[in-house]
Design a protein around this ligand. Structure first.
Ligand SMILES: O=C(O)CCC(=O)C(=O)O
Ligand SMILES: [Fe+2]
Length: 345
């Protein structure tokens, strides 16, 4: 598959740049083997501040040896990474999950995906296979999305590596087990990856990710920072198909860093809360009532927003003070990983 070869080239370019920047000679390019096995950690790949017991090596894709570029990803800690009360106890946030050395080539790879014509309002005839792995504009939202469904085609190498990284980090793409019981099934790789591309003022209206997926969503953020809001759903018993409504006044806000942060929400937070990112222009004014600035490129950060510094070490259990100023919105791409329950397509 050409994508994999292109990405490997990007990775090699990045590696050369990193090596040049560091002023080191490094190893020759033959150091990028075709083997698919994970190389042993090297001294260069684990810094003294990275407690080995809380980090795992990122898996490789397409065989290249990433040990000089990529250290490890943090393992999800159910206590320190949990967004604290009063948020529901099933939202986790890791401020710097993806190493910077991966973010840039991953973004470049995503931007190079082919584009297809916009989806029509009634896009029943656009089959999943037609939109697979291609940028498609959602005209109603003015946002581009790309969908990768592993039930149709294997995930391309960079996304497969990300999927492995999430599972290695301890994220289970199935409903939680009752407390005290050990999972009795092996972890599963997520089989759906939705990429969303946002221009600075863009957001996503309140929604749930729906019952087709196991109740766990893991989202990586690249580019600009945003606030993700979880608001309790108002269940409309009389018409369960009615448009989702939430109680925005009871929302819990989480500040998402665009430097490779990971947010995971599952179980109650998945089922009983809608989630949303605000549009900062006036396309959806009703969703934006307390964003009382007139600058379309900035977003007011609520004072009770959960914010965590952009680092992740074992001693870090501190939640830093919120940044004083509003977020200046910037181009952002998110990668949302889920497991579709109909795993057989
Ligand atoms: O971009 C994000 O962080 C959210 C994306 C999302 O909620 C979705 O695709 O369902
Ligand atoms: Fe969502």
């Amino acid at each position: 598959m050409n994508d994999a070869i292109d990405f490997r080239k990007l990775w090699l370019d990045e590696k050369h740049r990193a090596r040049d920047k560091a002023g080191g000679k490094g190893t020759p390019d033959s150091s990028a083997p075709q083997s698919s096995s994970t190389p042993a950690p090297t001294a260069a790949s684990i810094s003294s501040t990275d407690p080995p017991e809380t980090r795992v090596r990122l898996p490789v894709w397409n065989g290249p040896n990433l040990d000089t570029l990529v250290p490890c990803v943090p393992v999800l800690n159910h206590h320190t990474h949990r967004v604290p009360p009063p948020a529901p106890d099933s939202i986790y946030y890791l401020p710097h999950f993806l190493p910077d050395s991966w973010s840039a080539p991953l973004l470049t790879w995503l931007q190079a995906l082919p584009s297809r014509p916009p989806l029509r309002a009634n896009h029943a005839t656009d089959t999943a296979r037609q939109v697979q792995g291609q940028w498609t504009t959602l005209t109603h939202a003015r946002r581009r999305v790309a969908l990768f469904d592993a039930r149709l085609e294997p995930l391309p190498p960079p996304l497969l590596a990300m999927a492995h990284a999430l599972v290695h980090a301890g994220i289970r793409f199935d409903a939680s087990h009752r407390s005290g019981t050990a999972p009795d099934t092996p972890p599963r790789l997520p089989n759906h990856v939705l990429i969303n591309e946002y221009q600075p003022a863009d957001g996503i209206l309140p929604h749930t990710d729906g019952p087709s997926y196991e109740p766990c969503t893991a989202t990586l953020s690249l580019g600009g920072d945003v606030v993700l809001r979880f608001a309790p759903r108002v269940h409309r018993k009389e018409d369960p198909r009615a448009r989702l409504t939430t109680r925005p006044t009871d929302a819990h806000a989480v500040y998402l860093s665009g430097r490779g942060s990971l947010v995971v929400f599952r179980d109650d937070a998945y089922r009983d809360y809608g989630h949303a990112i605000r549009y900062t222009d006036h396309r959806y004014a009703h969703d934006n009532d307390d964003n009382n600035n007139n600058n379309h490129d900035t977003e007011t950060v609520p004072t009770d927003c959960y914010y965590r510094a952009d680092h992740d070490t074992a001693s870090e259990s501190l939640v830093s003070a919120l940044p004083a100023s509003p977020i200046v919105r910037a181009y952002r791409v998110s990668l949302t990983f889920r497991f579709h329950k109909d795993g057989t397509a």
